[in-house]
Ligand binder design. Structure first.
Ligand code: GUN
Length: 285
């Protein structure tokens, strides 16, 4: 393997250490720890695992965290009522509604009900709009924000580089493209209707794959010396967990690459905690 492995676990641990330091300073200044509330609706098994991870990690930094679990058949107005209570709770600095929500719940209505200053996922229209407008004072979506940190730690400055983002979701692809653009990369967004994905990827100095299709990005497509970030988490029938990139072959060509697991995943949680302590400080300021 020629590529450097971008160790998301180690970099996330470093970020969590920085957060713990800020939590101690906040506690000393204000006599309470920053508070994170996680709202989970129903019984999505993956969400259960993710939320447990978020609650545990926030506790380890010294924050106060609470989980609000609503039943599978909760209505939009019941979820909204929970969000409104948390919006009004002075001890809560960050609110996260775990997605996906059961289908009877209107996801966008719920996300837009979160007070923008407490929207630590960065999914609210106001925060999405601030990112689009180049404003620095919005909350940034955790996964793309974490990827920018991974690139920085790997020694990759996006300025002037060709970046290809594969996937156009509101959670990853779109905010990722905007953050790379803000960092002065030349950005192309690819998706299911892109005519020749191989050709686009072959030109890229930075590839971010976030499509949720196992090993769709072939190693042979990767340009020599590219930085490869794999957001995919796909469970094969064999039980093996693979990313959206054909890892071993891509690692032969890349300068640096994230593993799956242990790459982007741990950073998403670390940036959530970072956003929460920043939201606490911003609310008090
Ligand atoms: N579901 C999958 N990823 C995420 C995330 O980053 N935040 C929330 N709230 N739900 C998710």
């Amino acid at each position: 393997m020629a590529a450097e492995l971008i160790d998301g676990k180690a970099i996330a641990a470093k970020v969590r250490g920085e957060v713990a330091e800020k939590v101690r300073a906040f506690q000393a200044a204000h006599g309470r720890a920053p508070g994170l509330a996680v709202v989970r609706v129903g019984h999505d098994p993956a969400s259960e695992v993710y939320v447990r991870g978020k609650i545990k990690a926030s506790g380890e930094t010294g924050m106060v965290s609470e989980e609000h679990h609503l039943p599978e058949d909760a209505s939009t107005s019941e979820v909204l009522a929970a969000v409104e209570r948390l919006n009004a709770d002075p001890k809560i600095d960050g609110i996260l509604v775990q997605l996906p929500l059961p289908k009877q719940v209107d996801e966008q209505t719920v996300l837009d009900a979160i007070a923008p200053a407490k929207d630590v996922d960065g999914f609210h229209l106001i925060n999405a709009g601030k990112l689009l407008s180049g404003r620095k004072d919005g909350v940034r979506a955790c996964t793309p924000f974490g990827i920018m940190r991974l690139l920085r730690e790997a020694g990759c400055d996006p300025a002037g580089k060709r970046a290809v983002v594969i996937g156009r979701s509101n959670i990853v692809g779109k905010p990722m493209a905007l953050l790379l653009l803000e960092a002065n990369a030349t950005v192309t967004v690819c998706h299911s209707r892109t005519r020749d994905l191989a050709e686009e990827v072959a030109r890229a100095d930075i590839v971010v794959a976030a499509i949720g299709r196992p090993e769709l990005v072939r190693g042979a497509w990767i340009r020599e010396g590219a930085y490869v970030i794999d957001v995919g988490m796909n469970r094969l029938e064999s039980g093996k967990l693979v990313g959206d990139v054909e890892f071993a072959a891509a690692a032969q060509r890349a300068a640096a690459i994230t593993p799956v697991p242990g790459g982007v995943g741990p950073m998403t949680i670390a940036m959530l905690l970072s956003n929460t302590v920043d939201a606490a400080n911003a609310r008090i300021a």
